[in-house]
Each structure stands twice: as C-alpha cells, then as structure tokens.
Design a protein around this ligand. Structure first.
Ligand SMILES: CSC[C@H]1O[C@@H](n2cnc3c(O)ncnc32)[C@H](O)[C@@H]1O
Ligand SMILES: [Zn+2]
Length: 430
C-alpha cells in the first residue's frame, strides 16, 4: 500500500474541536487510514504540518471556473445589466481552448487556497474536465443551458447537450468527476424545457443544479405571471429533490425556506457575488435554523473577483450578521461547517470532514503568521483572519496537489502566462 503521513499538526475534527495528531492516508484508495497522535506505521511520503491546522479541503459549491478570464472585465453593475451588456457578449466569443485556459487558471487559484472540490456550471465542459483531470481536484460539472432568446430547435439542442454531457462524464477521471444537468435559471430556461430536462435527468439519477431567487428582478416576473413563488414553481417542475441544489436563494420567503428544508434541496450561499452585484442578503441564519442544507460558493471570478473560499467564509459571517441584525448570527463554527460538510452535502460529493475511512481531501493551513497570532481559537481564525495564501499543502483523493505552496499538478507560471495571453487575445477580438 502506498501511504502519505501528515505529521505534527492540529487536526480539525468534524465536531469543530482540534487535537494534535498525525493523519495517515492510503494513496491507492485516496482515503484516510488513521488520525491519531501515536500512529505506529512508516509512510512512503510525509508532509510536515508542525505549527499548522490540518482541515478538510474546502468545497466551493457553486462556481464558473473558466470565468477567471473575465476577472475585472465588468464591475459595478447589477446582475441583469452585467450579464446582458458585458458577460454574455464576451462569453459568446470564448473558444473551447479559452475555456480550458480559464479553467486551469481557476484550478491553480483553488489549489493555492485550499479548495479540493467544487461544483461548476459552464460550457465546453469536456475542456473543463480535461483541466480538472490534470489538476487533480474533485468536481460536479454540468453544461449550463439557456433557452431564452433561442428558437425551439436551438433551445432543445442546448438542453440535449446538458443531458448528454451529464450522461457522458458521470464517474469520469477515476470517479472524481460527477455531473448534473444545469439549466441556468428559472427565468432563462422555459417551462417545458425545465420539466423535460429534470424528468430525464432524475430518471438517470442525475441531479439538477440552477440559479434561483438571486434578485428581485428574477422573482417578481415569476410571481406576476404564475401567481406563485419561484420555489413553488421549481417544486411543481420536480426540481426540488434532495439531490438537487440551487445557487443563491437570496430572496426566499418563509414558505420557500420550509419547502427547501422539507425537500432536502441544497442552497449554495454566494455572499461576495450577492454583495458585488447588489443582489441582496440571503436569510442564511433562518435557513440554518429551519434545517436547510446550506453550502458556500464563490460564483464566478467576474462577480467576486477571486475564488478564495477563506474570503467567502469571512463574507458569509459578516453578511449573515448584517442580514439578521444580530452579531451572534452565522457564527464561525457554522461558517466552517458550511464551507466543508455543508457544501459537500449540498452538491452530493464526498469530503468536507476528516474521518477514518473518508476521502483524503485535506488543506494544511500555516498558523505561523502575525495575522493568526495568538492561535487561541483556530475556528475563529479560519473565518475571520486566515487567507487562502496561508494554505501550505493541499491534498485531494490522497494525492499532493500543492507542497509548501508549490503546485505539483499544473505548471503555475505557464498557466498564468497562458491566461494573460489568452485574455489579451479575447479582449482584442471582442
Ligand atoms: C450558461 S453557463 C453559466 C452562466 O451563468 C452566468 N453567471 C455567472 N454568474 C452568474 C450569476 O450570479 N447569476 C446568473 N448567472 C451567472 C455565466 O456568465 C454563464 O453565462
Ligand atoms: Zn453562478
């Protein structure tokens, strides 16, 4: 058996406590063999974690990873104008190669900030999958389908592509890739398409992921036209099962929160994107209190503008307090839970906890920094003080993706150079 030992760190356990222990990993299986202070076994390779916190790899539950190429392209606008005036016209010019380059850039950024798993909605998905294969992360991917503004033939072609991609890539890359059908939202995809794609996906045990209740501009037309709330409409379409997950859930009322809790549908909170696009404040504490599965996501790098889940944790805690007008709301332990096990649950992938027998998806955070001193409450530090750049090692599926801040699976400087050139050529074209 090929083993890896992470030595000398403080290990964050699923109950939020920390203990001094080593972590022994079976690299053939990609699982954790033991977590203990006195492991009596040699390992093939070791990672030093002295003075570090060993935690589950972060799970970014809603992303458009290739949008790193559009970082800083359109700022300071609300969602509708941002999408229609800037983002969609630019995305129309993206080639499969551009999407691959943007994905590689985002994957380097994720590895460097301790994210091991993510959910991704975009197009040219085979190129995104190739990049994920190389980078070594775990992901649930899907083709984002939009039918608004298309004739029936083109609309069905997009829906069919979402289904075909989900069927083709589920279980790919040694099982690290799972899929979902991803109709973009309840307003950008027509009713008959939503109903059909959901039924077909569920018949094959494939989940559905979509944007929902992000802005009032999206909620109001549904209420006006249908005389029902968006999530009642989603339920009627069959899109509210325990396997499905939606992004945002900003403007949800009490009945919709109850629907989500009863159905077990995951909600991915994206606080930075919601603040930057002035979409609103999600009632996160209310959803947690009601028993909704809540995960955390960055959304794309054009509305954030980075993919650092440490930033996202801090934003979630700060915005949660503001939204509830209560400093005790969305407390640090709940935020860490959201960014790890909550996200993993929401997107239906393993990980989010360090447990014997569980997947070896691990981030090692260096605590030896002025801004993390004194190290008297490590969960607090993760949320309020740590940065992605404090991550020292990243491990996914038992494989080392970054050692001492050196990314091993992708050539960081080549990826950055290529992204710079690709973005320059893209903006020249558009
Ligand atoms: C069709 S692939 C996914 C699609 O979603 C766009 N997008 C990025 N961020 C958001 C957001 O916050 N709300 C809605 N849509 C978003 C992205 O640019 C792609 O076109
Ligand atoms: Zn999104």
């Amino acid at each position: 058996m090929d083993t890896l030992r992470i030595t000398g760190g403080q290990v964050l356990r699923p109950d939020g406590t920390t203990e001094e222990a080593d972590v022994l990993v079976d690299r053939d299986e990609g699982t954790i063999l033991d977590i203990a202070a006195d492991i009596d076994a040699d390992a093939d390779e070791t990672l030093d974690a002295e003075g570090c916190l060993v935690m589950p790899g972060l799970v970014n539950a809603h992303c458009h990873v290739s949008m790193t190429l559009l970082r800083g392209h359109a700022d300071d606008k609300q969602l509708d104008a941002w999408l229609r005036e800037d983002i969609w016209p630019t995305e129309a010019a993206l080639t499969p190669e551009d999407v691959r380059v943007g994905a590689e850039l985002g994957l380097v950024e994720m590895i460097k900030s301790g994210t091991t798993t993510f959910a991704d909605m975009y197009f040219h998905v085979p190129d995104v999958v190739e990049a994920i294969d190389e980078a070594g992360l775990r992901a649930r991917v899907g083709h984002g389908a939009v039918t608004i503004g298309k004739d029936d033939e083109d609309a069905w072609a997009d829906i069919d592509e979402s289904l075909a991609i989900a069927r083709e890539f589920d279980g790919a890359v040694d099982g690290r890739i799972r899929t979902a059908v991803m109709p973009h939202s309840l307003t950008t995809v027509g009713e008959e398409y939503l109903r059909e794609v959901t039924a077909e996906a569920h018949a094959d045990d494939i989940p559905v992921h979509y944007h929902a209740n992000e802005t009032t501009n999206e909620v109001d037309p549904i209420v006006d036209e249908r005389d029902e709330r968006p999530l009642a409409y989603a339920q009627d379409l069959g899109m509210l099962t325990a396997d499905d997950f939606l992004a945002h859930g900003v403007h949800v009322d009490d009945e919709e929160i109850e629907l989500l809790a009863d159905a077990g549908t995951g909600v991915v909170h994206c606080p930075a994107s919601n603040m930057k696009l002035a979409s609103g404040m999600a009632p996160v504490q209310q959803m947690l209190d009601a028993g909704v599965t809540v995960g955390l996501g960055t959304d794309g790098a054009a509305s954030n503008n980075d993919l650092d889940m440490f930033d996202e944790m801090r934003d979630a805690a700060m915005l949660g307090k503001l939204a509830s007008d209560d400093a005790s709301a969305v407390a640090a332990p709940d935020v860490v839970q959201m960014a790890t096990a909550g996200s993993a649950d929401a997107i239906g992938l393993p990980g989010g906890a360090l447990e014997v027998g569980g997947v070896a998806d691990i981030a090692v955070v260096d605590l030896d920094a002025p801004h993390l001193t004194p190290a008297n409450n490590l969960v607090s530090h993760l949320v309020y003080a740590a940065r992605g750049s404090d991550v020292r090692h990243t491990v996914c599926d038992g494989q080392i993706l970054m050692r001492d801040r050196d990314v091993l699976t992708l050539d960081e400087s080549a990826v950055v150079d290529r992204a710079r050139e690709t973005a320059a050529a893209l903006y020249e074209r558009v």
